[in-house]
Design a protein around this ligand. Structure first.
Ligand code: GLU
Length: 429
């Protein structure tokens, strides 16, 4: 049996949100760091609220994040006999009683529950503050606290890493361990993640589901890196960390007691860092469906061309929406000028004429030769002939074809826009 056995215990009553995903991540990291096991247990005792679509989505998101679990997936709904057996034992021993069809635990009075939390240090409470605890409801289903204790003991879980909203449950669970003569595991309660307004992170702060971030073009490595920083840090103000190094460095002991604040700008920054070094083919697969959805391209858009575009932009965007915003001019029929750009760069009749002449020059280039290098050569010799300063042509040229003053290198951009559109945009000024 591994020295460390942790578990992630989601309820399939909603999508996997960032808070739960971070809990899963910290458990997974702890297990991998210590050469232990990471168990997945589905807390689906509520037959009405538990949904297959949520379960599928949770499993899918965990796999996407790379949080692979060990051994079989446990389902509480398949373990009702086990809970019943333990509840009967407590009944027989007089530690529980019947309340109609329900079974309740008789909370002993005047006892001190004290435990050491790996994040919060000592937590202490007197059982006088606790009420009797229902173990099995009248409909026969176990309660969370009861099923949780039985399963954690039965699955030989050594450390429980979960959100600190569960701290009020822990003393009750301790008393159940005691009544059952079982050894409690160690606990680490992670501070919650807050929104920028310091309220618990929720939908009104924006997307909360991991699947939504996936859809928006965030990379799993970036999301994992971001989530681990919500509570832990590799030190020395370092922020980028992933893979084996992250596993090696991670430690629960250095998880802070203070709540972390969700910051989308930091997530965007991290994502842009991972995008830079990502496999372009994979990036294409991630971004392309979003472009199709935005109506900018059709599904049969040329893959080779799209890969070129991704390569051109990969140091410049932080997610799918950002990519779309920065690259839409490549796909749209016409240019949408940024405010004031047309007036500033293209109102001059002379420059309009020059750009139209340049369009003629481009038109003379064969379709298959309309590549960055040839376009640049043609433009350079045109510049020499006309006797204009390079920059006096390049800036208006960029604005004329992209509508903005900032873009990847202009000749590369012209290539990926394609000859037909470039010529059209320049000659219709
Ligand atoms: N199903 C519980 C939750 O999602 C698990 C809590 C625990 O880890 O004990 O909050």
């Amino acid at each position: 049996m591994a020295e460390v056995r942790v578990r992630f215990a989601p309820s399939p009553t909603g999508y996997l949100h960032l808070g739960s995903a971070r809990t899963a991540l910290f458990n997974w990291l702890y297990a991998r760091n210590r050469g232990g096991e990471f168990i997945l247990r589905i807390e689906d005792t509520d037959a009405v609220r538990s949904k297959k679509e949520y379960l599928d989505e949770i499993l899918d998101s965990l796999q996407w994040l790379g949080l692979n679990w060990d051994g079989e997936t446990y389902f509480q709904s398949k373990r009702f006999d086990i809970y019943r057996k333990y509840a009967d034992k407590l009944l027989e021993e007089g530690k529980a009683y019947r309340d109609g069809n329900a079974i309740a635990f008789k909370m002993p009075k005047g006892e001190c529950v004290s435990f050491y939390d790996m994040v919060h240090d000592k937590i202490e409470i007197n059982t006088d503050e606790l009420k009797d605890e229902v173990l099995i409801k009248s409909d026969g289903t176990p309660t969370y606290n009861f099923a949780c204790v039985i399963d954690d003991a039965d699955l030989k879980i050594t450390h429980i890493i979960r959100g600190d909203d569960h701290i009020p449950n822990t003393p009750k669970q301790f008393m159940l361990y005691k009544a059952l003569g079982l050894q409690p595991p160690k606990f680490a309660h992670m501070p919650l993640i807050l929104g920028p307004d310091k309220a618990k992170l929720s939908k009104r702060h924006g997307a909360t589901a991991v699947a939504e971030y996936r859809r928006m073009g965030y990379l799993p490595e970036a999301l994992v890196n971001y989530m681990v920083l919500l509570g832990w840090s590799p030190g020395n103000n370092r922020e980028l960390i992933c893979g084996e190094e992250l596993i090696k460095k991670f430690s629960i002991k250095s998880v802070g007691k203070v709540q972390s604040i969700f910051n989308i700008d930091k997530l965007n920054w991290l994502n842009s860092q991972y995008i830079r070094n990502y496999d372009p083919n994979k990036l294409c697969d991630i971004i392309m469906p979003r472009l199709v959805e935005a109506g900018l391209v059709k599904e049969d858009f040329d893959k080779t061309r799209f890969k070129k575009i991704i390569e051109l932009f990969k140091t410049r965007f932080s997610n799918a929406e950002d990519f779309i915003q920065k690259s839409a001019y490549l796909f749209r029929e016409d240019v949408a000028y940024e405010e004031g750009m047309r007036e500033q760069f293209l109102n001059d009749k002379r420059i309009q004429k020059i750009l139209k002449d340049l369009a003629g020059r481009f038109d003379g280039i064969k379709e298959k030769d309309f590549i960055s290098k040839t376009i640049e050569e043609a433009t350079r010799s045109f510049i020499a002939e006309v006797g204009i300063e390079g920059k006096d042509l390049i800036h208006p040229l960029r604005v004329a074809v992209t509508g903005q003053t900032v873009s990847p290198p202009v000749f590369d951009v012209l290539e990926v826009i394609g000859k037909e559109k470039v010529v059209k945009r320049l000659s219709s000024l």
